[in-house]
Design a protein around this ligand. Structure first.
Ligand code: EPU
Length: 418
């Protein structure tokens, strides 16, 4: 298993580019199952979750050609409408094929995801929604079997709580349903809007993506399309924190500053200087002294749960007490104990982390528990005194493209060892 060895203390300076969004690319790849015509997706990040999704699509019947950041998908027919446990257990987003498969061929068999490092994460709302669109659902042997031999029909689906992939899954299920579907209390994340834009290019009739009510008029069939995935706001946000925590001067290029408002506002309150020199660049100049600022994670446009761990690393270096409240997932503080091993002063109480700072961090051996927790440990290591060895970096490889190369180019002392 690979490890990162990081020697902290360098202020990061220079330009760092943003890759395409993993969480927008995953539903976009699944959306290609909705048509027998080729779909070309550009700016697909080269990360492990994307390779897992491509493998799943090949098993289902897609021809997948990858050239650099462009992926061409062609699914003349569905050979095996199934997402097996072996894949779902490594990537929960595999359940994104459920809606497209039922829409395209009237049936799907998808393994139920098991537990997850950050919380229970059931897919009951995907299933309830599909039932409302007329699918018959059975559960057996750890699998969900969905059937709609005569196709799905439009319905009003009100999500009991906001779910990102649930909204995407249901939107993809509804695009070829008979009649109108209204998704209420829908997720407003930019990734949802991006997949809606792809679906519209494929011929879908969707209004309101990006708001909490999405209206979909079913169409007979969808066709091919070409689409460029949005920049990864979580990757860009992670790099912003890298600039802040190392008191560096970083320009994050190729990002969408509009997607990063909640984080930028917190970074500015904490004392960092964040400016927007171009429409697609954010520049951060870290302050000598950081101030503690509380944060509560929320659905978009609130502060992203996917940036909470990284922000916690930053707050270990801020003057005062920061209260970090996690409202999206029930167990997303695994990084706190590892940060504590490096010297941070963090107390967990229910869904709150109380971070007292600044406490000097020193390099230590730590273990990555999930994707964003790993990013948080990398950030802490970048400013810690001495050497940090991060084990299980396969977690970070799921969602960050060449992170060690990108960070090394702006001055980080980071290397991967096997
Ligand atoms: N939930 C249910 N039932 C459902 C679906 C969700 O109870 O059927 C609950 C979840 O357990 C959670 C909350 O609703 O407590 C929100 O979960 P959501 O469904 O929105 O999460 P997701 O769609 O599974 C996506 C991202 C996550 C990100 C969350 C929240 C993808 C592939 N994944 O997950 O990304 O944290 O939205 O923004 O888009 C990551 O990239 O590191 C990551 C975990």
């Amino acid at each position: 298993m690979d490890k990162f060895v990081i020697t902290g203390g360098n202020a990061l300076t220079g330009e760092i580019p943003t890759s395409g969004s993993k969480n927008a690319a995953l539903p976009a790849l699944a959306a290609a199952l909705l048509t027998a015509e080729p779909v070309i997706l550009k700016r697909i990040p080269r990360v492990r979750d994307i390779r897992t999704m491509q493998r799943l699509l090949v098993d289902i019947g897609s021809l997948v050609q990858v050239e650099e950041e462009t992926v061409r998908l062609h699914t003349p027919q569905i050979v095996c409408p199934e997402a097996p446990y072996e894949l779902v257990k490594t990537m929960r987003a595999s359940s994104l094929v459920l809606g497209p498969l039922v829409a395209r061929c009237g049936r799907a068999r998808v393994s139920l995801p098991g537990g997850c490092a950050i919380g229970g994460r059931p897919i009951n709302l995907h299933i309830l929604g599909l039932e409302q669109l007329g699918a018959r659902i059975r559960q057996s042997h750890g699998y969900i079997e969905a059937e709609a031999p005569d196709g799905l029909h439009g319905a009003t689906v009100r999500f009991e709580r906001i779910t990102v992939t649930g909204t995407e899954d249901l939107m993809m299920a509804a695009v070829m349903a008979h009649g109108e579907t209204v998704l209420e209390n829908a997720a407003r994340e930019p990734e949802v809007t991006d997949v809606a834009e792809l679906l519209i290019k494929m011929g879908a009739r969707i209004e309101g993506a990006g708001t909490s009510t999405i209206r979909i008029q079913g169409v007979e069939r969808l066709g091919g399309a070409e689409h460029t995935i949005i920049p990864d706001r979580i990757e860009a946000g992670t790099f912003l924190v890298a600039g802040a925590i190392t008191a560096g001067d970083l320009a994050i290029t190729g990002c969408n500053p509009g997607h990063l408002g909640a984080l930028v506002s917190k970074l500015q309150q904490a004392g960092s200087d964040v400016t927007q020199p171009t429409g697609t660049t954010l520049r951060i100049r870290g302050a000598g002294k950081l101030l503690s600022v509380d944060v509560t994670t929320e659905e978009y446009p609130g502060f992203a749960t996917d940036l909470q761990a990284q922000y916690m690393a930053l707050m270990t270096q801020a003057e005062g007490i920061a209260i970090i409240t996690e409202t999206i997932f029930e167990n997303r503080f695994m990084h706190a104990q590892e940060l504590a091993r490096m010297g941070a002063n963090i107390r967990i109480s229910g869904n709150q982390a109380i971070v007292a700072g600044p406490h000097p961090l020193t390099g230590a051996g730590v273990i990555a528990s999930d994707l964003r927790a790993s990013a948080s440990l990398v950030l802490a290591a970048l400013m810690a005194r001495g050497e940090t060895v991060i084990d299980r970096v396969y977690h970070i490889d799921r969602g960050y493209e060449k992170i060690e190369a990108k960070l090394a180019r702006v001055g980080a002392k980071i290397r991967r060892v096997e």
